[in-house]
Design a protein around this ligand. Structure first.
Ligand code: NAP
Length: 348
């Protein structure tokens, strides 16, 4: 079988580096080119030292790109929507990891991103990239937009409950704790080590843009009210979403189990994590480092109808590169776990 020739645009960054790491070991994919404007002509391992002795690829400029079978776009927000009309001429398929094409309603985009989308015609051509929700559409898709990392953890935690009408849709509160790699590889005042190290920093108590994706993807007819807050903590990779919802009926935990099992029992990358004892009774981001799993647990409040759902991922994997590769596998009819089998480390 001919390998699928892929190019990664914006490959010197964190999500691009993660895609290179995964694709180098994918049996049915071949990396044709990788781009960076600041590392043109330099070996990939200069930007991604973990890849020493694994590749002799060098970075090209975006202006040197040749035709290929599929482009992964790992560009900063807003950059892809400007360049995509040109990039589209290079490959019949695109998987975009940025937020540019996640929403299909320009008004929703305007509301949450506080600016006009500059490529509205293409918005509807993209399939939202969470395989657990859009697997069938992905099989024939040419354009996929990977979901936001915080949105992924939140949506996967909530999906079975909202879909099955088990909770009050007007009262959903999500607190996400996030690691520093969410911000990409460019440093800033906020990421300077004395400022960032040890932080427990409430950086987005309201108005988090990923709320828009959550509203879009969990729209089963009833209007939702989602209160999303984000806190940066002293962690490099990882998202932990703690989700507070209120059950419509007096369900027991075993009933909730059944619903999660019904929706996710056959999902290769979702694990229900809810143990009676031990350190790892509930999902914990550090166990997920470099894996494509989303771990989901829950606990019902003994004194009320509140249910707390805990959902965790590695933001660079299930929240970005891993999710994109899972979509790539589905698009091409490859076994979904291909290149994504790594089970993580313990201890770590
Ligand atoms: N980090 C995460 O956890 C995460 C998760 C989900 C989605 N995302 C999204 O994925 C995208 C990439 O994120 P990241 O964390 O990988 O960012 P990053 O580490 O900042 O990398 C950005 C990449 O884009 C390139 N680039 C920047 N400006 C460019 C321009 N004008 N023209 C061409 N190339 C340019 C950079 O290359 P040079 O500067 O070397 O030229 C670099 O390779 C973002 O849209 C982000 O929102 C990130």
């Amino acid at each position: 079988m001919d390998k699928v020739k892929v190019t990664i645009v914006g490959a010197s960054g964190y999500t691009g580096g993660e895609l290179i790491r995964l694709l180098l070991f994918h049996p049915y994919a071949e990396i044709k080119q990788v781009t960076s404007e600041s590392w043109v002509g330099k070996f990939v391992y200069k930007a991604h030292p973990n890849l020493r002795k694994n590749t002799e690829l060098k970075f090209s400029s975006i202006n040197e790109l040749e035709k290929c079978d599929l482009l992964f776009l790992c560009l900063p927000h807003g950059s892809g929507m400007k360049k995509i009309n040109e990039l589209k001429k290079l490959a019949p398929k695109i998987i975009d990891l940025s937020a540019d094409f996640r929403l299909n309603d320009p008004a929703l985009y305007q509301k949450w991103y506080k600016s006009e989308h500059t490529n509205v015609e293409l918005m509807k051509d993209f399939i939202y990239g969470i395989p657990e929700l859009h697997r069938e559409e992905m099989k024939t898709a040419n354009f996929i937009s990977s979901a936001g990392c915080n949105a992924t953890a939140s949506i996967l935690g909530l999906y079975p409950l909202v879909k099955n009408n088990l909770i009050d849709p007007k009262n959903i509160t999500i607190e996400v704790k996030v690691g520093s790699s969410e911000g990409g590889n460019k440093s800033s005042d906020a990421s300077h080590h004395p400022e960032r190290s040890g932080a427990v920093r409430s950086y987005q108590p309201t108005g988090h843009r990923h709320t828009a994706e959550i509203l879009q993807e969990l729209n089963f007819g009833e209007e939702l009210n989602v209160n999303l807050s984000a806190t940066s903590i002293d962690m490099i990779r990882g998202v932990l979403a703690t989700i507070h919802v209120f059950l419509n009926d007096n369900l027991e935990e075993k009933d909730i189990w059944k619903v999660y099992r019904k929706e996710y029992g056959n999902e290769p990358f979702i694990r229900i994590v809810k143990e009676r004892e031990g350190n790892y009774r509930y999902p914990e981001p550090k166990l997920l480092i470099a894996t494509n799993y989303c771990d989901i647990g829950f606990k019902k409040d003994e004194f009320s109808n509140r249910l707390v759902v805990i959902s965790s991922i590695d933001n660079l994997m299930k929240g970005a590169a891993g999710q994109a590769l899972q979509a790539f596998n589905i698009m091409h009819g490859f076994e979904e776990r291909t290149g994504l089998e790594f089970p993580g480390l313990h201890p770590i």
